[in-house]
Write a protein that binds this ligand. Structure first.
Ligand code: GLN
Length: 279
């Protein structure tokens, strides 16, 4: 192969992919990943040489991406609420909608108080770590999967909040050892019969246990709400992310639990009721 410069590699990588997505943007991300360069460095060194080994690695990433593997898994990272998170196929890739949950909780509680809370089904730890990074709270990060807890723990160290988090392996509320000021969760909520309709990138490559919410998608809300009175202090706050059309039923489940007095639904940027707050 003739000498290949960064500029040429960028062009070659961009044309490698389907014109379906922002190919130029992805080409740039993959090049930066393999060459270990910031965006500025990439463009100030645009005439530098890319070695054949480096190009092979770039090509490998491109062909994996072409097979549908999300770029976040290939790069091993996703930003959430301005913070860096490590991701891998054992955890759901943090979504922008979930940032609304974090924002609403931070808005409603005293971030300077030594509150105690839990994040049920923490996955990558995006919610728990971000809440801890913006507060003095102690948070139990609960997950049924050890790989998720390992990822969440890595993310807590990466963001300097490891001392504020306690990682518990177990089923939903069962491992929580004390009464809490708040509880947050983005549980699996896709109705089982809708799983086939998900984008193939999500359905094939993201963990099914983080998506499938049972027949009507509400299984996890039912089970969490049933246990709420045992773990939530009177006057405590609950925040759930929910799926399309689930607001009324989830609000009803929360009120029926007796653990909260009132509920409210917050819409996402697409106008869909996405977050339910109970207090
Ligand atoms: N928002 C995710 C999706 O649509 C689902 C997340 C979840 O089930 N909690 O892919």
């Amino acid at each position: 192969m003739n000498k290949l410069t960064i500029r040429e590699a960028l062009q070659r990588a961009s044309s490698f992919m389907e014109p379906l997505e922002d190919t130029r943007f992805l080409a740039e991300l993959f090049l930066r990943h393999v060459l270990g360069l910031t965006r500025t460095e990439l463009f100030t060194r645009i005439h530098d040489e890319v070695t054949p080994t480096q190009w092979e690695k770039i090509e490998e990433l491109l062909s994996q991406r072409k097979k549908g593997i999300p770029a976040q898994y290939l790069l091993g990272e996703q930003e959430f609420y301005g913070l860096p998170f490590r991701v891998n196929p054992s955890v759901l890739i943090p979504r922008p909608e979930t940032e609304i949950l974090v924002e609403e909780v931070l808005k409603r509680l005293n971030t300077e108080a030594p509150l105690k809370g839990a994040d049920i089904g923490t996955g990558s730890g995006a919610i728990a770590v971000t809440l801890a990074a913006h507060s003095k709270w102690q948070i139990y990060a609960v997950d049924i999967a050890q790989e998720s807890l390992d990822t969440a723990q890595e993310n807590s160290r990466l963001n300097g909040v490891a001392e504020q988090l306690t990682f518990l392996k177990g089923d939903l509320l069962s491992p929580i050892p004390e009464k809490l000021d708040f509880l947050v969760s983005n549980p699996p909520y896709i109705p089982s019969q809708d799983i086939l309709g998900l984008d193939v990138q999500v359905r094939v490559h993201e963990p099914m246990r983080a998506l499938d919410g049972g027949t009507d998608g509400l299984d996890f809300y039912r089970r969490i709400c049933a246990g709420l009175p045992q773990v939530l202090k009177p006057g405590g706050l609950v925040a759930f992310e929910i799926g399309i059309g689930q607001a009324a039923e989830v609000q009803e489940l929360l009120l029926q639990s007796g653990a909260v007095q009132s509920t409210e639904a917050i819409r996402d940027l697409a106008g869909i009721e996405r977050i339910i707050i109970g207090s």
